[in-house]
Design a protein around this ligand. Structure first.
Ligand SMILES: Cc1cc2nc3c(=O)[nH]c(=O)nc-3n(C[C@H](O)[C@H](O)[C@H](O)COP(=O)(O)OP(=O)(O)OC[C@H]3O[C@@H](n4cnc5c(N)ncnc54)[C@H](O)[C@@H]3O)c2cc1C
Length: 363
């Protein structure tokens, strides 16, 4: 027989957003939390798995624990009218890591479990209602004082939080390729195309090779990248798949009655780059504090927490959306100059949504 359970918080979806929210909330409160994840394994969605180094101090995890491969340089390939130009951008040390996203999520979920959170894998949420009632396959009805909607752009919470503009992405995990540089990731930009390709080495010697963008067929452009970059042309495919990335910026309605949008559902992605792991985890940290306070003192604290998040971090998403709009309108020659001349620190601040200079004075 199906039962009714009442809890403080229901978390729907255990991607980076849901896993981090459960971890942060269970660490700092005694709230009764239950999480439902549709899949029996974590991190099945394709992902480049590239994260900035800043992430590790936020979650208190050592890069070694998530099989991290350090990134000290970015190799940019610019392709236009049949010619390929290469540029090496060197940073002053390790700027980011290519990680095992599955390992990261497992660590966060294990920590949440050991703080008393209930985790149900392989239990898809079938319906959510505005008043916090959640219907779960094989479980039944669960009512939460708050429901944290972290089910991504394909989830059930789409009924309340429709994604705006989405980029299409396609990625292959490949083996048997010798990369020309150590501790580097690679990006492939095609003149006139609103998107880019990525080649991200993993610590086990495989690579994540993908292409994503707007108004494109990412699979066709991925094949083009593979044919164009000489050292990439022969590889064996381990697995492949496509997925969407929300690039409209933060939603204006993050809260709908008892439902709270988080991660991709909330549009917490830097639109220019499509980076979503760190933004989801940072948003989870802010919302975790806001929800804990709201459970004790009422919804007013939730709104205050959301405002705090927007003014302290969320503004970067807005800025990155602005860069994307500028980039979409840039003439090809200017894009070429930008990618071939931009200074490493300027590139970092653009990718972080922190750059405030004039976009044409990028040198
Ligand atoms: C091809 C590709 C490459 C990317 N590369 C990078 C990168 O290199 N670096 C980076 O920072 N970001 C990258 N991103 C973006 C990043 O993956 C996302 O922004 C991030 O995963 C968002 O986390 P999330 O938890 O909000 O959503 P998701 O990761 O989508 O997680 C949602 C979870 O909810 C579960 N779910 C869905 N429906 C239900 C349901 N009905 N019931 C229960 N559970 C449900 C799903 O199974 C999933 O586990 C990439 C995205 C794509 C598509």
């Amino acid at each position: 027989m199906l039962s009714l359970r009442e809890v403080d918080i229901v978390v729907v979806g255990l991607g980076p957003a849901g896993s981090a929210f459960s971890y942060f909330t269970s660490k700092s409160s005694n709230a009764d939390i239950i999480c439902f994840e549709r899949n029996t394994r974590l991190a099945l969605k394709p992902c480049g798995e590239l994260v900035p180094k800043e992430l590790f101090s936020i979650i208190g995890v050592n890069p070694r624990e998530v099989n991290a491969y350090p990134i000290r340089r970015v190799i940019v390939y610019f392709y236009h009218n049949g010619s390929l130009v290469e540029r090496v951008i060197e940073f002053n040390g390790v700027e980011g890591y290519s990680i095992s996203k599955r390992r990261l999520l497992e660590i966060l979920v294990d920590k949440a479990l050991s703080s008393g959170v209930s985790v149900e894998l392989g239990k898809p949420v079938l319906r959510i209602s505005r008043d916090g009632v959640v219907n779960v396959r094989e479980v039944g009805i669960v009512r939460g004082k708050y429901v944290i909607c972290c089910d991504g752009v394909y989830g059930v919470s789409v009924e309340y939080f429709k994604p705006g503009r989405v980029a299409k992405a396609y990625q292959r995990r490949v083996a048997n390729v010798k990369t020309p540089y150590d501790e580097a990731c690679y990006t492939f930009i095609i003149g006139g195309v609103k998107g880019y390709g990525w080649i991200i080495p993993k610590s086990d010697g495989t690579l994540n090779v993908g292409f994503g963008g707007l108004d494109i067929d990412p699979r066709v452009l991925l094949d083009k990248m593979v044919k164009t970059i000489p050292w990439l042309s022969s590889y064996s495919v381990v697995c492949e798949g496509g997925a969407l990335i929300p690039v409209s910026g933060l939603r204006s309605n993050i809260v709908e009655s008892k439902l709270i949008a988080l991660g991709d559902v909330a549009g917490s992605v830097l639109p220019l780059s499509g980076e979503g792991i760190r933004p989801s985890i940072i948003m989870a940290k802010y919302l975790s504090r806001a929800v804990i306070e709201a459970l004790e003192e009422g919804d007013k604290r939730l709104w205050e927490g959301i405002r705090r998040y927007i003014s302290e971090w969320g503004y970067r998403i807005k800025r990155s959306l602005l860069y994307l709009k500028v980039y979409e309108r840039m003439p090809i020659q200017l894009v070429k100059q930008l990618v071939l001349r931009v200074k490493p620190d300027t590139l970092k601040s653009i990718l972080n949504g922190e750059f405030t200079g004039a976009i044409v004075k990028f040198g």
